[in-house]
Design a protein around this ligand. Structure first.
Ligand SMILES: Cc1cc2nc3c(=O)[nH]c(=O)nc-3n(C[C@H](O)[C@H](O)[C@H](O)COP(=O)(O)OP(=O)(O)OC[C@H]3O[C@@H](n4cnc5c(N)ncnc54)[C@H](O)[C@@H]3O)c2cc1C
Length: 502
């Protein structure tokens, strides 16, 4: 059967696109490598921006100007304008389908201030905002009877005789079989690539840039891949995120001497650099929310408290939280136009895997949850409209062939060890502050490792649930993405936003 709209990825962007396509009258299928409700969107804590002015004076224009300033001139103003203008409607719609936003005493949607914002603009559900949004979207998909198939790992795009994308090839993780699904249009919503930084990242292991690597292989254009945002406050030992909401609600950053050393609510690139400079002076850095009091913390930051206790063994009601900046969000991705279409006919993209040119060189906190809703809807609607106009197609035999897994009997190299090596190499040499020679060093090593691919492979020969195979596929995608990140970083000589070169 040929589906009208096939969506790969069931995070906030994918599910939003699915709902929009279905509302447009399309028949929709969603494929994802993990269970939809576990997608990384569920980890988002701090909030989603919309200039509602419920708590402090605000305007859509101020939201636009804050976003453009944070983007350091690399965002497309009309795309930013569209996103910020759509934001109040997006929150109203989420509220109408049941997202349980926290409320002000007069029952309006509550809002908090995040870094780089001139007003309290982020709408939140305690510090479980992404979880509540994702699970409500999932419920909505079920109510609309949208078909979702989990444990399908995207391997390749399938194209028709004219080169138009007409489906995907996946690995069914449960059976180990390869399958093809055909569609009149395909939407990629596979998330970002921060896990190239491995344990030095706040992201879930699934953020391995698969969709970006697959799209690139098929000829899609990528944009701004060098811009990786470092979040100032990952817990020191585990990289688990302590959300910006902790600083938004009044938390301080302190060095070992107990001194505050930066404006805690400056944009993330600036705060991360300030912390990095202190660490290089030998300081340890802490986040302090003790003065907010237990009652306030339990009411507004319950998850942060649980995470700090569980992963760092400190109770932030009474103790300082040791932190360090870690890779958190990838501004780069598959280039799309103002209708969410990629340069490949029949292929759309949305969410963190796409580049809608709204974040430029540095994303404003709270704008990603907004982006996945606004552009998820746009991608789903336009993919459905495209599908309605498309006539029948014939699959290109070349593009529809069994995917060959790189395997080797030799296994001279353990890809897990090399993956960890790359993660630390990137953190050190392609991190908050970069030099040209460090970038070249990292590039050389990544290319060396790539050249060894034929001497590593999958040790587990199981047909079913072969996680070793899935992780090897993710490793190869990460390598492909790393290569582009390094090429892009080396081609930008001037410091801007998250790309700070000395
Ligand atoms: C800890 C944390 C806190 C955050 N807090 C905030 C916040 O407060 N506000 C904000 O605006 N932003 C926040 N963000 C960023 C925001 O959550 C993400 O950018 C956003 O949720 C990404 O959504 P997405 O749908 O694009 O991708 P994801 O939610 O990552 O979903 C990707 C989907 O693609 C699937 N997939 C991936 N590869 C494959 C493959 N090969 N085959 C099949 N399926 C595949 C995955 O299984 C998943 O279903 C936070 C991020 C993190 C990590």
């Amino acid at each position: 059967m040929i589906t009208d709209v096939l969506i790969v990825g069931a995070g906030g962007a994918g599910l939003m696109a699915a709902i929009a396509a279905k509302e447009e009258g399309a028949n929709v299928l969603v494929l994802t490598k993990e269970y939809p409700t576990r997608s990384q969107t569920c980890m988002a804590q701090g909030g989603m921006n919309a200039a509602l002015g419920n708590v402090s004076e605000d305007s859509v224009e101020a939201h636009i100007q804050n976003t453009l300033k944070s983007a350091h001139g690399l965002a497309d103003e009309s795309a930013v304008r569209f996103m910020c203008e759509e934001a109040p409607k997006a929150v109203e719609w989420l509220d109408s389908i049941g997202v349980c936003f926290s409320r002000t005493p007069d029952a309006k949607v509550a809002q908090r201030k995040l870094g780089g914002a001139s007003a309290s603009r982020a709408c939140y559900a305690q510090d479980y905002t992404g979880l509540k949004i994702l699970h409500t979207l999932y419920d909505r998909c079920n109510a609309l009877e949208i078909e979702m198939l989990a444990e399908k790992f995207l391997l390749e795009l399938v194209q028709d005789d004219a080169g138009t994308v007409c489906g995907v090839r996946v690995l069914d993780i449960r059976s180990g079989e390869q399958e093809e699904y055909y569609a009149k249009s395909v939407v990629l919503a596979t998330g970002g690539y921060s896990r190239i930084f491995g344990k030095n990242s706040t992201n879930s292991k699934a953020s391995s840039g698969d969709g970006i690597a697959v799209a690139k292989k098929a000829g899609a254009k990528l944009l701004d891949m060098e811009f990786v945002q470092f979040h100032p406050t990952g817990l020191k030992s585990s990289s688990i995120l302590i959300s910006e909401s902790a600083r938004g609600e009044g938390g301080y950053l302190l060095n070992s001497k107990g001194e505050r050393f930066t404006n805690e609510l400056a944009p993330r690139d600036e705060v991360s650099r300030a912390i990095d400079a202190e660490i290089k002076k030998g300081e340890e850095i802490f986040l302090d929310i003790r003065h907010l009091g237990e009652e306030f913390i339990e009411e507004n930051l319950p998850q942060e408290r649980k995470l700090a206790k569980l992963y760092e063994n400190v109770d932030p009601v009474h103790e300082l939280m040791p932190i360090r900046p870690v890779a958190h969000y990838t501004m780069g991705g598959i280039e799309v136009d103002s209708s969410s279409k990629t340069n490949l006919e029949g292929l759309y993209a949305c969410g963190e895997c796409a580049n809608h040119k709204v974040h430029g060189a540095n994303r404003l906190g709270g704008n990603s949850l907004l982006e996945i809703i606004v552009f998820g809807r746009q991608a789903g609607t336009n993919a459905a409209k495209y599908g309605q106009k498309r006539s029948s197609f014939k699959v290109n035999e070349q593009s529809s062939r069994v995917y060959e897994f790189t395997s080797s009997q030799e296994h001279n190299y353990d890809f897990y060890a090399l993956q960890d090596e790359i993660a630390d190499l990137l953190y050190e040499k392609v991190g908050i502050v970069r030099t040209k020679s460090e970038l070249l060093e990292a590039q050389q090593r990544v290319l060396e490792i790539k050249s060894l691919l034929n001497e590593m492979g999958v040790r587990d020969a199981s047909q079913t649930y072969n996680t070793n195979l899935v992780e090897f596929l993710e490793f190869q995608n990460k390598l492909a993405v790393c290569e582009v990140v390094l090429e892009s970083a080396l081609s930008r000589d001037v410091s801007v936003g998250a790309h700070y070169i000395v």
